[in-house]
Design a protein around this ligand. Sequence first.
Ligand SMILES: [Zn+2]
Length: 324
Amino acid sequence: MHSITRRLFVSQVVLLAGCRSQTVEARPPSSEDVPLAYMARLYSMATSTSSTKVVMKNKWSTLEVETDSRRAWINGVMVWLHHPCRKSGGAWVIKETDFKKGIDPIIRSYSYVPSKVPRVVVLDPGHGGKDDGATGARKVYEKKAVLSIANRVKGHLEAQKIQVRMSRSTDEFLSLQQRCDFAAQAGADLFVSIHADSAGDGSAHGIETFVLTAEGCDSSNHYGEPSDTSAGKGNLNDAANAVLGFSIQSNLLKTAKRSDRGLRRARFFVLKNAPCPAALVECGFLSNPEEEALMIDANYREAVARGISNGILGYMTLVNRARK
Ligand SMILES: [Zn+2]
């Protein structure tokens, strides 16, 4: 095991160590609600409640859930729920979808990751050619910045003997369908799309990672999608998507050191149609002057690339551990 893989392994596996073989009182099988108290027993966590949060903690990990809100944090990393945590029958509950497709896959990854060890990683630098993507005030182009970052991720993964394919390696235009077709033809085991963000509000900043929204649920991105609750091929990998997305977001925050906008849900075309577990990373806001400057800083690009590759390697480590 390479040293970097070992370090990742330690940080991820602490989540798991205390959670095996727990005998937990059953909850009503028909309930769509999962009480936070049930989760605390399942994870052997002590609970404390404030006016805005329920905090559950064992010696390995911390799960915080904001009440009457869609925000939760696992070991300090924000995870957006599909539905708010709310009070039902005097107890704080989350929806079963959020338990099964969000929180539990991240905390007990060994029960959820596919048994097949990922061999081929497809990196998908967003936009290209006639599609510039977002453009900052200093004319920093998203399509160029994300290609540079993707090339660096490729280098880090190949140094660990992982096979990497790039949907594009030049400034060329590819449709979203072509990107998904490429991933399928390449035999992708993991698909990671790399983007930079933009918002009308120039103060918006930070890093976020998207995975596909669960069927029947609303997304958590800032572009809306209020009426689309449909399913896609990517929903076959709901739990693994969450594991991958969380691993990338948490590792990216450590290396890039930008604010945490969370692991979010969206029905982006490439997430909906990816043939394997998939995530889409937004590496910062080109509409924010400070982050636009970072996006042309080689040190920042390298930090982002290191975070994304560490996230992918962390996911692979979890798969390897789950097989043992
Ligand atoms: Zn983009």
